[in-house]
Design a protein around this ligand. Structure first.
Ligand SMILES: [Zn+2]
Ligand SMILES: [Zn+2]
Length: 239
């Protein structure tokens, strides 16, 4: 079973307390992918061809910039720009054709729009993370189905973020059937809603604490309610 490869990271993630173990796993994959991108690999021709083609999304270009390998990033971006300039020049030279009369001209697009659209939706780092992360999602569902220990740990976890709730929901609809499907979906919904409510209530107390009448009340679990609410709603870790 392919999922066997991924059971250890999934099991570890659900053991350490976090508002979304899947976000935690994604963050680890992301950090590894950033290290990889700026490691010796960027000097390899076949990897360079892929970074030239895909470029990077805004989230990952920020993370790459923070990594401090400025020369590596500059070399990659320079050859990515060489390719972009060459490709767009070629597409523009194909020319957008203009048809119609004096007052109403129809411009038929050349391939520039599609090219930019595709470029805006590709990222070398996202692409490197994607397959493994989808296996993690499948593994959570698979482990729930096959391991009763994991089922308990899953139900006792601190829940998941909205995006990963949606991904698990969709995965379950294709991977499970019958009683197992309804049991998973019930537990998943319960886990998600119950923990969203818990963090929402922490956030509510955090807001109340701004009222001077409550200034001397204890913080309870609300001191870090805002970063936890951000993780639940957007999957972002605030550092
Ligand atoms: Zn998440
Ligand atoms: Zn990306």
């Amino acid at each position: 079973m392919k999922e066997k490869l991924y059971t250890i990271p999934v099991s570890d993630a659900f053991e350490s307390p976090c508002e979304c173990p899947l976000c935690k796993m994604r963050q680890t994959l992301e950090n590894d992918a950033i290290e990889y991108t700026l490691g010796p690999s960027y000097m390899e021709d076949d990897i360079r061809a892929v970074t030239d083609e895909m470029g990077f999304c805004s989230r990952h270009i920020n993370q790459l910039y923070k990594n401090q390998n400025r020369l590596g990033l500059a070399l990659m971006l320079k050859s990515h720009m060489d390719k972009t300039i060459k490709d767009i020049t070629a597409l523009s030279n194909e020319g957008a054709s203009v048809k119609g009369g004096l007052f109403k001209k129809t411009i038929t697009a050349n391939g520039v729009g599609d090219y930019i659209d595709k470029l805006n939706h590709t990222c070398f780092v996202c692409d490197r993370i994607e397959n493994t992360f989808l296996r993690y999602i499948a593994t959570v569902v698979h482990m729930y189905k096959t391991e009763s220990d994991f089922r308990t740990r899953f139900k006792q976890s601190l829940g998941i973020c909205t995006t990963h709730y949606g991904m698990l929901y969709t995965e379950a609809l294709t991977a499970l059937s019958g009683d197992m499907a309804s049991s998973f979906l019930n537990d998943l919904n319960d886990l998600y809603i119950k923990n969203m409510e818990r963090v929402r209530d922490d956030l509510d107390w955090f807001i109340t604490k701004f009222d001077y009448r409550f200034a001397n009340e204890p913080w309870k679990n609300s001191k870090d309610a805002l970063p936890r609410a951000i993780l639940k709603t957007t999957g972002e870790f605030i550092e």
